[in-house]
Ligand binder design. Sequence first.
Ligand code: AMP
Length: 139
Amino acid sequence: MADTIFTKILRGDIPCHKVYEDEHVLAFLDIRPLSYGHTLVIPKEEAATLDQLSDDASAAIGRVLPRLCRAIRAITGVEQFNVLQNNGPMAHQAVFHVHFHIIPKPGVDEGLGIEWPAKKLDPQEAAKLAASLSNEIGG
Ligand code: AMP
């Protein structure tokens, strides 16, 4: 995997406004925040997209995400927030190292805006799809 800007941050080659660090995870302020407190949480493991991340690195992120959300809520005073995780250019990923955005939502027109083009779920199609997915994941 080619070096990304986040690899350089992890190596300390370029600076960041660090919020949290442990053995597996680094969190720092987004350089172009959608709202005050917008924070990025990244695994130290090199993986471009979430499906490529190991169980251990994923667990380490999962352990700390709620704690980071609580800290951001406490310090910004903004109680509502989005957690966003983009995979692939069409899905708005610009940096190809897994990252979670924590984005405070201080008002209707601030923070993350989302288009949600919901469609109908056909019950028969849904049953087939759920079975296929379940079979694939082995659950
Ligand atoms: P995404 O579109 O999900 O790949 O988001 C990448 C995010 O990384 C954007 O919100 C950028 O503002 C942010 N970003 C890019 N370079 C840096 C940097 N050097 N320090 C902090 N955040 C950055």
